[in-house]
Design a binder for this molecule. Structure first.
Ligand code: IFM
Length: 424
């Protein structure tokens, strides 16, 4: 497959996306809302475990700026938005639901719809209420009923406004970082916990899928339910058998495990695609006997991740060969504070989307990560993925050049010759 580089910008193909294709941005509640002290990440930040010392209590203050942030999306011209709900706000104490919070989310979603923006709503995106974290979180079997109860309440309240539901965001990442490597809350390093968590997340998704369909079906509403999977390309460092097996092992444990068990209980597959890893065998059992590195000469983002657009095609092609469900790119983006790479990043990944569509892969939408710089978990405020730059002290949002480009992509449903001349 041809890699497009700056030197051949003159011959870049135009991109036309099909009518009805969802184009928008993605965010997560904990990363943008700010102001919530009742979740596991609040406590993690309090204990000083975020690289740059920043705190999710600040984030983008979106909780108080919902209208302003919807206006940003109107300015871009998106027709869709992937957002998540903060469980710790909705159910601050076990079994007690906050109607005001649900009403606020309802207002937000209603406002999106009035602006012509289709919402895709995620129920769990890495953050847990403290009561849940303190009573065993995802390693207790009770999580299945707890997640089900929360899901049912949300869908009963918001179901008339939302057709697309993501139950869980990136189960593989959440569990690996929180339960195996210990670099996210709850900071565990235990294979046993990881296995129990993985099993429970699958069951929780299956239960949520069943409940959402039961509730929506009873009202005759069209509904799609899926998981947003973090899918990377794992390429072996050499043709040696042990490197190949190491790459395959990562794919199996951190990706296929969740795909194989959730796809039969899903209506679509969400693909969060960012990068690839070069994998070699290592004797380190804590890393599943693998070592990951970045391909030599690779263009890297601010966090050192390789920019590898072809990987998006490889991941989606493989999914379309293995499963029959429609795909959404539920996340794709780049940490790039200087905005030196993002425009080209977007173009190159959308070019892959266009190729996939030409090959009849059932791909229905693309959500760019992310609307605005936000709280990037263990990296804090220094991982800058936004189409809008955020000054966290003043909460000023400023459209980056790449944001201007993405806005034109949304308004024109593709990339024209003129846009290639102007931006690339
Ligand atoms: O910010 C995260 C997001 O919460 C989940 N997917 C990857 C993004 C960038 O790291």
């Amino acid at each position: 497959m041809r890699t497009v580089t700056r030197s051949n910008a003159g011959e870049l193909p135009v991109i036309k996306l099909p009518a009805g294709f969802l184009l928008g941005t993605a965010t997560a509640s904990l990363q943008i809302e700010g102001g919530d002290r009742n979740n596991n990440w609040f406590r993690w930040c309090e204990s000083g475990k975020v690289a740059d010392g920043s705190h999710c209590l600040r984030a983008c203050d979106h909780w108080n700026r919902v209208k302003q942030d919807i206006a940003l999306q109107r300015e871009l011209g998106v027709n869709a938005y992937r957002m998540s709900l903060e469980w710790s706000r909705i159910e601050p104490r076990e079994g007690s639901f906050n109607q005001e919070v649900l009403a606020r989310y309802r207002e937000e979603i209603q406002a999106l719809r009035e602006a012509g923006i289709t919402p895709m709503v995620t129920l769990h995106h890495f953050s847990n209420p403290l009561w849940l974290e303190d009573s065993g979180g995802w390693i207790q079997r009770s999580i299945v009923d707890r997640f089900g109860r929360y899901t049912a309440r949300v869908v009963e309240t918001l179901g008339d406004l939302v057709e697309h539901w993501v139950t869980i965001n990136e189960p593989g990442i959440y569990l690996a970082f929180g339960y195996l490597m210990g670099i996210w809350p709850p900071g565990r390093r235990s294979l046993r916990c990881w296995l129990r968590g993985a099993h429970n997340m699958v069951l929780a998704h299956q239960e949520a899928y069943r409940l959402i369909h039961a509730i929506q079906g009873a009202s005759g509403r069209p509904t799609g339910v899926g998981v947003a999977h973090h899918l990377r390309v794992y390429d072996p460092a050499s043709s040696e058998r042990r490197d190949k097996r190491a790459a395959r092992r990562l794919e199996r444990h951190f990706q296929d495990f969740f795909l194989d068990r959730t796809v039969p209980h899903s209506d679509f597959i969400g693909v969060n695609y960012y990068s690839r890893d070069i994998v070699s065998f290592s004797w380190n059992p804590a890393q599943a006997f693998t070592r990951r590195s970045v391909s030599r000469n690779a263009v890297r983002n601010d966090l050192g991740w390789e920019i590898y657009p072809e990987g998006l095609s490889r991941v989606c092609t493989s999914l379309s060969q293995r499963y029959t469900l429609p795909l959404y790119i539920t996340e794709n983006g780049v940490a790039d504070a200087a905005d030196a790479l993002r425009t080209r990043f977007i173009y190159d990944h959308l070019a892959q989307v266009a190729q996939l569509l030409q090959r009849d892969v059932d791909l229905r939408g693309y959500f760019h990560w992310t609307l605005m710089d936000n709280f990037e978990w263990a990296e804090g405020e220094s991982g800058r993925f936004g189409l809008y730059e955020v000054d966290f002290d003043t909460q000023t949002r400023t459209l980056r050049d790449s944001g201007r480009f993405f806005g034109e992509v949304c308004r024109r449903n593709g990339v024209t010759r003129q846009m290639i001349r102007d931006y690339l």
